[in-house]
Every structure is written in structure tokens, then in C-alpha cells.
Design a protein around this ligand. Structure first.
Ligand code: FES
Ligand code: FES
Length: 163
């Protein structure tokens, strides 16, 4: 007997997307495997590492801990949705490049999502606020300092109107 599937309708990066998903399919698997939005990474699959972070109605969530059916009727933004409309890197992505805030890049999508949510809420964050905002995202490579610097750099660019 084939597994029962449920219809979902989700706004993903500003576009309406529909699907028919098994009840136990995680949101991150739907995004990556069915929508081919592979910018969102899968690490621990236990809610620990933050690599799978996406914005759900503007708030960062772990997409490995959410079911795709739970996103029905909501809006999801992935790292692909942080770029400029012409497809070039957005402010934070550009700042991460400028400040060398990535090495292997595995944590980067989740860090960008956490940083984006922070700057939306607190455009001029302190270093403590930046560290707090990315505190749930693990990075094995950078030692975090360049990531903090990149987020501060993006905030300064935001303040000066240079996007
Ligand atoms: S893959 Fe979701 S928190 Fe690690
Ligand atoms: S850059 Fe490798 S895990 Fe962060």
C-alpha cells in the first residue's frame, strides 16, 4: 500500500509552491529533495547544529525538526531567498565573502539565516547580541570571529545605506 500523502501550499522565497507530501517528510527534505533548494544544509538532523535553519514567517526555525505538513499555509525563506532580485549576493552574503566568514561553508546558510533574522529585529546589534543570535549555530572551522565580524560589517553597511 502506498504511503498516504497530504497536500500543502507554502510560500517559498516569495513564490507559491504546492506539494503532496508524506506525513513524516521533514521540511528540510521537502525543500532540498522536492523543490531542489539545496542551499539549506542538513547536518545533525537533531536540532543541534543549525545548518538547516530557514525563516518561517520571518522567524528562524530548524527545518530538520519541522514536518513539511506543518509549513502548510506559511511563508518560508531559505538562503536562496536572501540574494538580490537579480540573483547576485545579498548584503549579508556579500559581507560574509568580504570578511572571509566561511571555510567549508557547511554552516554558512544557517548562519546567514540567523544573521538575517537578527538584523531585521536589531539593525545595530552589539557583539554580544550577534554572538547570542548565532549561538544556536555550530561552526567547526572559523572560530566564529570572522562570522561575527561579517555580521557587524553588514550592519554598518546597512546603517550607511550601502547595500
Ligand atoms: S540539521 Fe537541523 S539542526 Fe542540525
Ligand atoms: S565554515 Fe565550516 S562549519 Fe562553519
Amino acid at each position: 500500500m502506498s504511503e498516504k500523502r497530504f497536500p500543502i501550499s507554502v510560500e517559498v522565497n516569495g513564490k507559491p509552491r504546492i506539494g503532496e507530501v508524506p506525513a513524516r517528510l521533514s521540511l528540510v527534505d521537502w525543500l532540498r529533495d522536492e523543490l531542489r533548494l539545496t542551499g539549506t544544509h542538513v547536518g545533525c538532523e537533531h536540532g543541534i547544529c543549525g545548518a538547516c535553519s530557514v525563516l518561517l514567517d520571518g522567524e528562524p526555525v530548524r527545518a530538520c525538526l519541522m514536518l513539511a505538513v506543518q509549513a502548510d499555509g506559511h511563508s518560508v525563506r531559505t538562503v536562496e531567498g536572501l540574494g538580490k532580485p537579480d540573483g547576485s549576493p545579498g548584503l549579508l552574503q556579500d559581507s560574509f565573502c568580504e570578511m572571509h566568514a566561511m571555510q567549508c561553508g557547511y554552516c554558512t546558510p544557517g548562519m546567514l539565516i540567523a544573521a538575517h533574522a537578527l538584523l531585521e529585529a536589531v539593525p545595530k546589534p552589539t557583539e554580544d547580541e550577534i554572538r547570542e543570535a548565532i549561538g544556536g549555530n555550530l561552526c567547526r572551522c572559523t572560530g566564529y570571529q570572522q562570522i561575527v565580524d561579517a555580521i557587524r560589517h553588514a550592519a554598518l553597511r546597512l546603517e550607511s545605506g550601502k547595500r
